[in-house]
Design a protein around this ligand. Sequence first.
Ligand code: GLY
Length: 340
Amino acid sequence: MELSRRGFVAQGAAIVSGAICNKPEAFSKPNIRKTVSRPLIISTWPFGEVANKKAMEVINSGGSSLDAVEKGINVTENDKENTSVGIGGLPNSEGVVQLDACIMHGPGHKAGSVMGIERIRNPISVARKIMEHTRHVQLVGKGAQEFALSQGFTKENILTEKSKRKWLKWKKNNQKKRPEGSIDNHDTIALLMLDEGGNLTGGCSTSGLAFKLPGRVGDSPIIGSGLYVDNEVGAAGATGVGENVLRHCCSFMIVEFMRQGLSPQDACIKAIKRAAKIDPLGMDLNIFFIAVDKKGRYGAAGTGKGFQYSVTTPKQSGILDSAALSDIDAGPVGGNEFNN
Ligand code: GLY
């Protein structure tokens, strides 16, 4: 099925900043970016660019792709000014920061995930330890924290004064009104890497929806929802309203669409359209995706405008506007989605 590109090429190819501007020909057609030099690292949001650069640095100094993804995401987790990932993340309705993360490594189809962990600033690193040092995939809450401590992580206060003030304000003014997820309070980092050897690795980390009910878990630590990596095909990661990504298993769906031959950007678009078609929320789902395929093509799409993603290669780095479904002719999603 051909999707209309009305308003899309201009939006999807816009280069907002960075050295990527130096090679516009390589990026002028977002759906047919053929190859880029590897490693190729893409991540959600402009703040992902420093994480990408750290990941590149780790690879360049001899680290593995898992080291690169982990250390890259650690940069965002350690940024106290970022109120939706790691230390400084906005707390739940009781004022407690509960973090979620997962990591996937293409070779061996390995995965690790941690949910609702408290007082540990780097959940992506805990997820990696779970993947590498246990026979499990997911650990949650107290058990996850105990495991982290057994692995040498230290407990600390990860509720910053800034986040505490925001929570107190919410408590005073809006306690009865649960915040709706929006582009303003969902800044999950998902970071995907295609390494020099052609292998894919990805990670995802978040503090989740601000002022959530204690124990709430979104899409980010759920394999197939917030992140999915298939070393034969490609990888996808999500940001946005976790509940809506979760209900449609979006990252898995995007990888399956790439398996059928769609470009990463078209796969993101098709997954959103498919979810919106059957969901009462339609294009108000507030979900955003990045994807990369095994060939080194990449792309992004979201239900609305405003989502940007970061792309870094050995030669260039920059921030791109994603395709926005609000700009695209929302034509039919197609028939038998997994077989056409
Ligand atoms: N996408 C992050 C969350 O909703 O928890």
